[in-house]
Design a protein around this ligand. Structure first.
Ligand code: SF4
Length: 701
């Protein structure tokens, strides 16, 4: 009888990165529990993580063989891997020969393992010769990336999760960690329970579970975060609750931020934010009097046309108070996806280079192209996520290779994405599940191995790199994504793609980081397997990892100082409401679903929490429209419409409605697909879409 085996791995959902123990018994039945020895979760798992065994066990929806069609009039047919690679390489070569390197692109995912991300980036930038590789992380963290670069000189989250157990004031903005980062929130709850003097401030237009438990909930009007953060900055400066020594010795540009902060009185700012001046003063007082202040934020700040301004104005508060580089304090962006940070480390975005090197730096471009031995790296940034689908629609981009993501549900203004995919000359979809709505657009469908079926690494929100082992075999002909990519590289005739395993890809990535601020040349698979996870940098083979960055108060900027940044504008430039579309639509997650539900939608237990899409609206807005709880409503915007049941309460501000982002076409009529109506406006610098703000009307069906 086959022996039962237990392996340590990492949860495949959110950026918290919880450790999991996986058991596979002699009959192949999988069970999971939280890893009690893992420093992130210490044995805890949230509902999604606890039910991962069902996802791994259920192969009913899996893509089992490569499938291909010769034209859009034909159905997909099973083919061999050799035929699939031959066709992919032949079509890519012919499109590149006819239309140039910039006519093809890759759209990947923050759920890809680092090795997969690395190879997709190497193929695109190093050998095809285009920077047209972007990722669904663009929809998630790109505003935070720009915020960090502008402030500390690099995309570097300075904190460690253990700072949650040390902080005495938390400012949580545009985030609902109680639902979306549950294990971190448990740690925060424990901190508060043991230390009632700890203050938690939540900034959110909705009274979420996180907001309901806060000491202070600032229920601001959507899009007014910059005004709020500037008002807090003003109060801190006025009351001299700032760290003057830190500001004068370790920062630049304070005066510009001070000038902007003083451009509005606190009373005027409160009016603009739709809250009281006393609430702003109270928040500022909590922050100013904190000995250890930690800010946390996620999509409410990032997914905005002014996402970068929101980020820098929040980061300014950490600099004003000197609350960075020390235990228990700092800015902490909560990552949405499990490996969004790993993807950025290998440069897996249209404007990034591997190992945190800069695409606009000719020395860096040469270093990377020399290392890879391929083409000279193009200086021009590639298409970002929304630009990529625009380019497919207008014909500039001919072929797209989509890996581990479902843009036919997740992208804003999704009807445009459908038109773009229909218009593409060639669409490759590499995924695990037929449940992904994007698979129906594929000319070539490639079966990928899923969680537990392949090995590799991921980096969580605190820069912690963990190893995920292969525990079970993938079904039928599914292959690890990393192998699909290196075999495509070989089929294209590229040199340097003769890998034998993921470990070789990882070693190459580590070598490229040597001497950089994210140096992990001292972190091998062996160390990860034997010693557990590490926070980067890990620059030599006995280095213990780096819990906190900037402990010497030297930053990654050229002058080694942290930079205050005056936000470009105090005011929101989102689509404006009007008489026809008077309500502001906000979108987001629910507790027990993940992204477009290709995995969580299969788990019955997870459907007991919220089984269907819904529209949350204030009771006054509902009354004005004669809507009752449970009625079906039609929500319209300039882009289209969506139908859902209505949930009515007083937890959401009047004038604001909320739709979860997870559901696709659950019925024939796009029931619940939020992105039918969202717009594709983006932040001009981060190019992150404005998912949290578009003008809609709601009517009874
Ligand atoms: Fe997985 Fe995130 Fe839940 Fe942890 S908190 S178990 S990483 S979904």
């Amino acid at each position: 009888m086959q022996k039962k085996k237990t392996e340590k791995t990492i949860c495949s959902y959110c950026g918290v990165g919880c450790g999991i123990l996986v058991d596979v018994d002699s009959k192949g039945t999988i069970s999971v529990v939280g890893d009690p020895d893992h420093p992130v979760n210490k044995g805890m798992l949230c509902s999604k993580g606890r039910n991962l065994n069902y996802v791994a066990q259920d192969t009913s929806d899996r893509i089992l063989h490569p499938e291909m069609r010769w034209s859009r009039n034909h159905r997909l047919q099973k083919v061999t891997w050799d035929t699939a690679f031959e066709r992919a390489a032949a079509v890519f070569k012919s499109i590149i020969a006819k239309h140039g390197s910039d006519s093809v692109g890759f759209y990947v995912s923050g759920q890809c393992l680092t090795e997969e991300y690395y190879l997709a980036n190497k193929i695109t930038k190093g050998f095809i010769g285009t920077n047209n590789i972007d990722t669904n992380s663009r929809l998630c963290m790109s505003s935070a990336v720009v915020g960090y670069k502008k402030t500390v000189g690099e995309d570097s989250v300075p904190i460690s999760y253990e700072d949650i157990e040390l902080a005495d004031t938390f400012l949580i903005s545009g985030a609902n960690p109680a639902w979306c980062h549950p294990i971190l929130y448990r740690r925060l709850e424990n901190r508060k329970a043991g230390n009632p003097e700890v203050k938690v401030i939540v900034v959110d237009p909705r009274k979420t579970q996180t907001a309901a438990a806060a000491d202070l909930h600032l229920q601001i009007l959507p899009g007014t975060d910059v005004v709020l953060f500037n008002a807090i900055a003003r109060w801190l400066i006025e009351k001299r609750n700032i760290d003057k020594t830190f500001i004068s010795k370790r920062t630049v540009n304070f005066e510009a931020v001070k000038k902007m902060a003083f451009s509005l009185t606190i009373r005027k700012a409160a009016e603009k934010c739709g809250i009281s001046a006393s609430e702003i003063r109270k928040a500022a007082q909590y922050i100013g009097q904190a000995s250890k202040f930690l800010s946390m934020w996620t999509m409410g700040l990032n997914q905005s046309v002014i996402g970068v301004s929101k980020n820098v104005s929040l980061l300014n508060i950490s600099l004003l108070t000197g609350q960075i580089g020390k235990p228990g304090c700092g800015p902490f962006s909560l990552t949405g996806q499990p490996n969004a940070m790993g993807g950025r480390e290998v440069g897996g975005m249209a404007n990034l280079l591997a190992a945190h090197k800069d695409l606009d730096n000719p020395v860096h471009r040469k270093e990377v192209s020399d290392f890879w031995g391929g083409k000279e790296i193009n200086a021009k940034p590639g298409y970002t996520a929304t630009e990529m689908f625009d380019a497919l629609e207008n014909g500039k981009l001919k072929a797209i290779w989509i890996i581990c993501t479902n843009p036919a549900v997740s992208m804003p203004n999704v009807h445009k994405v459908e038109r773009a995919l229909k218009n593409a000359a060639f669409v490759v979809v590499q995924d695990i599940s037929h449940n992904s709505e994007t698979t129906k657009f594929a000319d070539l469908l490639l079966p990928a191995a899923g969680w537990l079926e392949k090995e590799g690494t991921m980096t969580n929100s605190e820069r912690r790199i963990s190893y995920l082992p292969k525990v079970i075999d993938p079904p039928a002909e599914a292959l690890p994504d990393v192998e699909i990519l290196w075999r495509f590289g070989q089929a294209m005739g590229f040199k340097g793609f003769d890998y034998n395993n993921a470990s070789e890809v990882y070693d190459e990535h580590c070598l490229l980081t040597k001497g950089t601020n994210i140096d992990i040349s001292g972190l091998s698979y062996e160390r990860l397997k034997n010693e557990g996870s590490f926070q980067w940098p890990v620059p030599h083979a006995t280095h213990p990892g780096t819990p906190r960055l900037f402990t010497d108060f030297e930053f990654h900027t050229n002058d080694k100082k942290a930079h205050f940044n005056a936000p470009q504008s105090l005011y929101n430039s989102s689509e404006q409401t009007n008489a026809e579309f008077p309500l502001i639509l906000n979108t987001g997650r629910v507790r027990d679903q993940w992204h477009t539900r290709t995995k969580t939608g299969k788990v019955k237990r997870l459907l007991t929490h919220i089984p269907q899409p819904y529209l949350e609206m204030n009771k006054v807005d509902a009354y004005l429209r004669k809507l009752k709880e449970g009625d079906i409503a039609i929500i319209n915007s300039l882009r289209g419409e969506v139908q859902v049941k209505v949930v009515i309460n007083s937890d959401i501000r009047e004038g604001v409605v909320f739709l979860p982002m997870h559901w696709g076409k659950v019925l024939n009529n796009d029931f619940g697909r939020a992105n039918n109506i969202t717009n594709d406006l983006v932040d001009p610098v981060s190019k992150e879409p404005d998912f949290k703000y578009c003008a809609v009307q709601v009517e009874k069906f």
